[in-house]
Design a protein around this ligand. Structure first.
Ligand code: BJW
Length: 228
C-alpha cells in the first residue's frame, strides 16, 4: 500500500512549536507580509532574521512527539510489507527526522538550513543569522537567509509530490488548516484521482468537506490511534 501523508504545523504543536493561524498563532501576532516574503527580507532583513532566529531556537529546544514517532513507525511498517509512505511536510522544523522518519519532503524548506541569495549555496545551519553573516561558499555578507519558502516563492519538489499523489492509495492530511496553496489543493487532486482522503486535526480544516474520513483530536493521540 502506498500512503501519502501531508503534515502541517498542528503535528508539532504539542512539541511546543506554535502554529500559524490558530488563536495565538504566529500569523495572528505578526504580519506574514512583513516577515515571510522576499520583499520583507529585502526591506527589513534584521527584523526577518530576528523572527527566524527565535524560531530556530524554538526548534532546537523542541522534541518530537508521539505523532511524529507514529509516522516513523508507519514508514518502517509500510516498507516492510512492500509498500511506501510518502511523507510531505509543510513544516520547516526537523522533528520528523528526529523521530526517525527517513524520507521527508520539506515542501516549504527547512529552518535548520541557510541559503545564500548571491551564490545560491545552501547548507545546514543551526546558529543565528544576521546581515553580517558571511556565506561560507562565496564570502558575501548580507545575503544569507533561512532556506524556507516564503509567500510568493515556489514550493519545493512539486513534480515529485504530484507523481507520488497520483500513485498513492490513500491521502492523509494531519494538522494543517488548508489555508495555503498549493498544499491546500492536494486533497482535491487526490479526490479527482479517486483516492480515499483522511483528515486528522483538532477541528475541521478549511478543506474538511473534501475528505472522505476524519479523525478529530490532538495529533499525539489521533495519529498513533490511526497508525497502530
Ligand atoms: C492541531 C493541533 C494538534 C493545532 N493536533 N491538529 C490560490 C488561491 C489563493 C492564494 C494562492 C493560491 N495559490 C497560491 C496562493 C498564494 C499563497 C497562498 O496560499 N496564500 C494563502 C494565504 C491564500 N501561496 C504561496 O505564495 C505559495 N507559493 C506559490 O503558490 O507559488 C506559486 C506556484 C505554486 C505552484 C507552482 C508554481 C508556482 C508559497 C507558500 C509558502 C508558505 N510559507 C509559510 C511560511 C514558511 C516559513 C515559516 O515557517 O516561517 O509556510 S506560511 C505558513 O503556512 C507555513 C506553513 O507551512 C503554511 C501552512 O500552515 P499550516 O501548517 O496549515 O498551519 P496553520 O496554523 O494554518 O494550521 C494549523 C492546523 O493545525 C489547524 O488546522 C489546527 O486546527 C491544527 N492543530 N493544534 C492536531 N495538537
Amino acid at each position: 500500500m502506498k500512503v501519502f501523508v501531508l503534515t502541517g504545523a498542528g503535528i508539532s504543536a504539542e512539541s511546543g512549536l506554535g502554529t500559524f493561524r490558530d488563536p495565538g498563532g504566529l500569523w495572528r501576532r505578526f504580519d506574514p507580509m512583513r516577515l515571510a516574503t522576499p520583499e520583507a527580507f529585502a526591506d527589513e532583513p534584521e527584523e526577518v532574521h530576528a523572527f527566524y532566529n527565535l524560531r530556530r531556537q524554538g526548534v532546537r529546544e523542541a522534541a518530537p512527539n508521539a505523532a511524529h514517532a507514529a509516522l516513523a513507525r508507519l514508514e518502517a511498517g509500510l516498507a516492510a510489507s512492500g509498500g511506501r509512505l510518502f511523507l510531505c511536510t509543510q513544516n520547516v522544523d526537523d522533528l520528523h527526522e528526529r523521530a526517525g522518519s527517513r524520507a521527508v519532503i520539506h515542501m516549504h524548506g527547512e529552518l535548520m538550513r541557510a541559503r545564500c541569495t548571491a551564490c545560491g549555496a545552501g547548507r545546514p545551519w543551526a546558529e543565528d543569522l544576521s546581515v553580517d553573516t558571511a556565506c561560507p561558499a562565496c564570502g558575501r555578507r548580507g545575503g544569507m537567509r533561512p532556506d524556507v519558502v516564503w509567500f510568493g516563492e515556489v514550493p519545493r519538489h512539486l513534480e515529485a509530490i504530484a507523481a507520488a499523489l497520483d500513485e498513492s492509495d490513500l491521502f492523509v492530511a494531519i494538522g494543517t488548516s488548508g489555508a495555503v496553496y498549493p498544499a491546500a489543493g492536494f486533497v482535491a487532486r487526490a479526490r479527482e484521482a479517486g483516492i480515499p482522503t483522511h483528515e486528522i486535526n483538532l477541528a475541521p480544516s478549511d478543506t474538511a468537506g473534501l475528505f472522505t474520513e476524519a479523525t478529530y483530536g490532538p495529533a499525539t493521540q489521533a495519529v498513533p490511534a490511526c497508525v497502530d
